[in-house]
Design a protein around this ligand. Structure first.
Ligand SMILES: Nc1nc2c(c(=O)[nH]1)N[C@H]1C(S)=C(S)[C@@H](COP(=O)(O)OP(=O)(O)OC[C@H]3O[C@@H](n4cnc5c(=O)[nH]c(N)nc54)[C@H](O)[C@@H]3O)O[C@H]1N2
Ligand SMILES: Nc1nc2c(c(=O)[nH]1)N[C@H]1C(S)=C(S)[C@@H](COP(=O)(O)OP(=O)(O)OC[C@H]3O[C@@H](n4cnc5c(=O)[nH]c(N)nc54)[C@H](O)[C@@H]3O)O[C@H]1N2
Ligand SMILES: [Mo]
Length: 673
């Protein structure tokens, strides 16, 4: 590593968790590159992080605490000192607690930073205060629930093993945008002769890496998997010995798939030609070590958990779970690598407080009583943009009697609605400890530059708030590095035998690889195709929310390679690369609607209306429209972004978000282009 470079970690919500090298000069980051010594990310950065220094030193960074000086949401603020800001928050919270109780205060945070300390630093504080708790279920709890129904706590082998597969299915994942290092393993598998299938609802850039592209009707993948199982059983394409030894409930499943999921019915549900279903099933059944990489997109539906559960059964039938390079990879669960209870400190709660689902923030702000939410404290999240039902969220944020504090790096749509804004550090300015949800590596990072402007880290701010609120436990007086040292002093199974010196030097260190079975980490020790602990004992096809909505188009609200949820919109060049806030539509649909490429269009449903620029492309099938990226309102062609069209409805299990399970009508905007 060149001497002038310092090691750091990408803090963003991405399964790959890149190692970074940062060149600094005069207290500034002047260049960022990938760390070639990171065994998984190997120096390759995505387009978003190539110029992370432009985010860190953006002229849009907030430099000082602000107090609202105009109407709510108007964006008029005046600078105040940290002392005044913390004093004001403590004063208002005391008033609210006296009148309504501490549960009238709601923290709202998600994944602006994935570092274990900064990400969780509000938990001990709000637990000690007795505030309402937040169910952090915006991302993929339905995916976890679906996996657990079949595999329990079993962990998949590391993602690198995909290179040894001879048939890869990229199922509901846009890996070329959201997990680019995984694609390295896929390319290696291809070089070794593997065939790659891509199963999605439209053609993303990832499709270019596949030999076969299958576009299913949104939310119908569970039916496709059941149809594949029908064919595997019908044609004897199973590993009978594996099934007999390792699988619970095959006979019951056999009856069900043979009687209820014949290929012609599955063709109807999925919209796929019969031959495609037959070909996929046969190739899957005949492959030596077929590998399914499961994304999260297909889990964000009213039937999302059941879809994942059903797909997770496929490798049980073919024995792929037992073969190197085969199986199913939904992500890794590396949480147990650290004694997180020492960080979140649930023991600070004197009694269990109420839990509010983050996907239903609109409902909570507008309709909750007993007590109502009177103060919202947002940190490293941007709910006005990323949370479903944007109109309801913004209506709530506009409440005159809601005291809102936002701790942020930028004047986001959420920050603009605050009463007090606090400036936050970026990951290059604070210490943290990182694990990953897509690999088995961990890394420790120290600040490589001083805090930009007057910004402070999440950890520091909660220390100040604790003192102001009279919480005097010594826990709140330690530094982030003290807490990291404490965590690292507590041994865990996953960290056994790791190279502690390398970790201290900031290098990526691999955890102990989990046993991926058998015995599988389920209650029976076997793969549970039949699971009596589930309300529905066997996997089956369930309808989606969107099935009962009369609007004509299914709306996909997908990731873009040039942003991460609503992060990175501060970088003008990345916005430009997206080409504006587009709605993609099939040429035949556009023709029928008499809409031209580049036209200004309005997508609407019962929740709201959003203005987009139309992009007509054959990559989107008929009946589907696609909006990539979660745009900041000042950069939208209208006054709303995509989540004004997504609902607060939840998944079948896990209380997750259903971002993909919505329908819209699309029409021309009069006077538009
Ligand atoms: N560049 C970039 N990278 C990211 C993110 C980002 O916003 N931008 N977000 C990060 C976060 S928070 C997460 S959780 C991960 C998510 O990473 P992914 O799992 O890749 O992304 P998802 O949004 O979950 O959706 C993946 C794909 O699912 C498809 N899809 C939607 N519905 C269906 C369906 O019914 N069936 C099938 N087969 N496919 C369907 C969508 O079209 C999309 O291409 O990525 C992380 N990485
Ligand atoms: N339509 C639609 N909506 C979606 C999705 C989708 O695919 N489609 N994806 C959903 C998913 S999977 C997820 S995970 C959520 C993500 O939701 P969020 O986690 O809210 O995502 P971000 O938009 O990245 O916002 C994070 C904010 O944290 C700030 N930040 C970064 N670091 C720090 C820090 O150290 N301290 C503080 N105080 N602030 C910091 C950033 O400036 C940024 O504004 O979005 C969801 N919303
Ligand atoms: Mo996510």
């Amino acid at each position: 590593m060149p001497e002038k470079m310092k090691r750091s970690v990408c803090p963003y919500d991405c399964p790959d968790t890149c190692g970074l090298l940062v060149e600094t000069a005069g207290g500034r980051a002047i260049r960022v590159q990938g760390d070639p010594d990171h065994p998984y990310t190997k120096g390759l950065l995505c387009p978003k992080m190539l110029h992370y220094e432009r985010t860190v030193h953006s002229p849009l960074r907030l430099a000082t605490p602000l107090k609202r000086s105009g109407a709510k949401g108007s964006g008029s603020f005046m600078p105040i000192s940290w002392e005044e800001a913390i004093g004001e928050i403590a004063h208002r919270w005391r008033e609210i607690m006296d009148k309504y109780g501490a549960e009238a205060i709601l923290p709202y945070s998600y994944a602006g930073t994935m570092g274990l300390i900064q990400r969780n630093s509000g938990h001990p504080f709000f637990h000690a205060l007795g505030a309402s708790r937040l169910a952090r279920t915006i991302c993929s709890p339905a995916k976890d629930a679906g996996w657990q129904a079949v595999m329990g706590e079993t962990q998949p082998p590391p993602p690198e093993t995909v290179a040894k597969s001879d048939l890869v299915i990229l199922w509901g994942i846009d890996a070329a945008a959201t997990s680019i290092h995984f694609m390295g393993g896929v390319q290696e598998a291809k070089r070794n002769g593997a065939k790659v299938w891509f199963v999605n609802t439209y053609e993303t850039a990832t499709a270019a890496a596949a030999h076969e592209v299958i576009l299913v009707r949104p939310g119908s993948d569970g039916a496709l998997a059941l149809g594949m199982m029908h064919i595997l059983v019908r044609d004897g394409l199973m590993d009978e010995a594996f099934v007999a030894r390792q699988v619970q409930g095959f006979q019951e499943l056999r009856e069900q798939v043979l009687s209820q999921y014949p290929p012609d019915r599955v063709a109807q549900i999925t919209g796929l030609p019969l031959e495609t279903i037959e070909l996929l099933a046969r190739e899957y059944g005949r492959a030596r070590a077929p590998y399914i990489r499961l994304g999260s997109g297909l889990s964000r539906y009213g039937n999302g958990a059941m879809t994942i559960r059903t797909i997770a059964c496929l490798p049980a039938l073919t024995g792929a779970y037992g073969r190197e390079g085969g199986g199913c990879f939904p992500g890794t669960s590396t949480g147990p690598a650290f004694a997180m209870k020492e960080v979140v400190r649930e023991d600070f709660m004197t009694a269990p407080t109420r839990v509010i689902n983050m996907n239903r923030l609109g409902e909570a702000l507008n309709h909750l009583n007993d007590p109502p939410v009177m103060s919202l404290y947002v940190y490293h999240a941007n709910p006005a943009a990323v949370t479903p039902d944007q109109n309801a969220v913004i209506k709530g944020l506009m409440r005159e009697d809601l005291f809102t504090v936002v701790h942020e790096r930028f004047m986001t749509d959420t920050a603009r609605h605050a009463d007090i804004v606090l400036p936050a550090t970026s990951s290059l300015e604070h210490s943290d400890l990182y694990r990953s949800y897509g690999t088995y590596y961990i890394q420790r990072a120290k600040a490589v530059i001083p805090a930009v402007g007057g910004s402070k880290s999440n950890w520091e701010v909660f220390g100040l708030l604790a003192r102001a609120m009279g919480l005097d436990d010594p826990f709140f007086r330690q530094s982030a590095d003290d807490l990291i040292d404490h965590l690292l002093s507590i041994p865990t199974g996953l960290r056994q035998g790791i190279d502690v010196d390398a970790l201290a030097a900031g290098k990526a260190v691999r955890l102990q690889l989990p046993e991926s079975g058998p015995p599988y980490r389920t209650s029976s020790g076997r793969i549970e195709i039949l699971n009596h602990h589930e309300e529905l004992h066997l996997p089956c096809y369930l309808p989606t929310h969107g099935d009962s909505d009369p609007h004509p188009f299914r709306l996909m609200t997908a990731p873009t390679p040039y942003a991460l949820n609503a992060s990175f919109y501060e970088q003008e060049e990345l916005r430009r690369k997206q080409g504006g806030m587009l709605l993609k539509m099939n040429p035949l649909d556009a023709e029928q609607k008499e809409l031209l490429d580049g036209a200004t269009v309005c997508a609407r449903n019962d929740l709201g209306e959003v203005i987009f620029t139309l992009s007509v492309t054959p990559k989107v099938p008929r009946g589907v429209v696609v909006a990539e990226g979660v745009w900041w309102l000042p950069f939208t062609p209208g006054s709303r972004s995509v989540n004004a069209l997504t609902s607060q409805r939840l998944t079948d299990k896990g209380e997750g978000s259903t971002f993909y399970d919505n329908r819209v009508e699309v029409c021309a905007v009069q006077g538009g282009k």
